[in-house]
Design a protein around this ligand. Structure first.
Ligand code: AP5
Length: 210
C-alpha cells in the first residue's frame, strides 16, 4: 500500500505517519526531514534548501522530485511507502505518477485557526519524537530518549504564515487532483486527539486493504 499524506503545515502529517508506520510498517519518506538532515550535514542540497525553507517557500521541483525518486527506487519495502510532504504542487504530483503507483491520498484537514498554535507550540527531539508544549507539563527533555527538546527554525510566526500561504496557493489544489483520481480520503484532523484521528485513518486503511 502506497500512501500520500496531504495536509497544511501543522495538520499532523508527521504525527499520523508515526502511528501508520508502527501499525502498517510502511517506509516513511518525509521531504522536510530529508532537507533538514541535509542542512545539518552541510550538503549542497542542504545549502540550497535552507533559503527556501527559511522563507516558507517550496524547494525547487527538480531537486525535490529527484530526491524522492531516488529514495523510492533505493529504499523500497514489501509493505509499501508513505510520502509525507510530497507532492506539494501539481507538477510534483504528475512527476510522482510517472515513477510510482499511489493507492491512497490521506488528506488531513485542519482549520487554519489551529495551525499557528500547533506549530509554534511544537517541540522536537533529535530521535524523531514530536510534542506540543501544552502536553509537556514544563518538561524540556524527550520522554522517549531523554535528549533535550528544541524548536524547529522554521516554526516561527512569520515563516509559518508564509508556509500556510504556500500551502493554500500551491498544495491545496492536490485535494482535487487526488479526488479526480478516486484516491482521496479526507479526515477532520482538528476534531480530536492524535489517537482519535488515527482511529479514523486506520478504519479507512483497513477498508482499503480488504
Ligand atoms: P515539512 O517538514 O514537510 O513541514 P510542513 O509541511 O510545514 O509540516 P509540519 O512538519 O510543520 O507539520 P505536520 O503536518 O507534520 O504536523 P505535526 O504532526 O508535526 O516541510 C518544511 C519545509 O521543507 C517546507 O516549508 C518547504 O520549504 C520544504 N519542503 C518539504 N517538502 C517539500 C516539497 N515536496 N517540495 C518543495 N519543498 C518542500 O503536528 C504539528 C503539531 O501539532 C505538533 O506539536 C503535534 O504534537 C500537534 N498535533 C498533531 N496532531 C494533533 C491533534 N490531533 N490535536 C492536537 N495537536 C496535534
Amino acid at each position: 500500500m502506497n500512501i500520500v499524506l496531504l495536509g497544511a503545515p501543522g495538520a499532523g502529517k508527521g504525527t499520523q505517519a508515526a502511528f501508520i508506520q508502527e501499525k502498517y510498517g510502511l517506509v516513511h519518506i518525509a521531504t522536510g526531514d530529508i532537507f533538514r538532515a541535509n542542512i545539518k550535514g552541510g550538503t549542497p542540497i542542504g545549502k540550497l534548501a535552507k533559503s527556501y525553507i527559511d522563507a516558507g517557500k517550496l524547494v525547487p521541483d527538480e531537486v525535490t522530485c529527484e530526491l524522492v525518486k531516488d529514495r523510492l527506487l533505493n529504499g523500497s519495502s514489501g509493505n509499501g511507502f508513505m510520502l509525507d510532504g510530497f507532492p506539494r504542487n501539481i507538477f510534483q504530483a504528475r512527476e510522482l505518477d510517472k515513477f510510482a503507483d499511489i493507492d491512497l491520498c490521506v488528506n488531513i484537514d485542519v482549520d487554519k485557526s489551529l495551525l499557528m498554535d500547533r506549530i509554534c507550540g511544537r517541540r522536537m527531539c533529535s530521535c524523531g519524537a514530536s510534542y506540543h508544549v501544552s502536553t509537556l507539563g514544563g518538561a524540556t527533555t524527550c520522554a522517549k530518549c531523554g535528549k533535550p527538546l528544541y524548536r524547529r527554525e522554521d516554526d516561527n510566526p512569520a515563516t509559518v504564515e508564509a508556509r500556510i500561504n504556500t500551502y493554500t496557493q500551491q498544495t491545496a489544489p492536490l485535494v482535487e487532483y487526488y479526488a479526480a483520481q478516486g484516491k482521496l480520503f479526507t479526515v477532520d484532523g482538528g476534531a480530536g486527539s492524535p489517537a482519535d484521528i488515527f482511529a479514523a485513518i486506520d478504519a479507512e486503511l483497513k477498508r482499503y486493504l480488504k
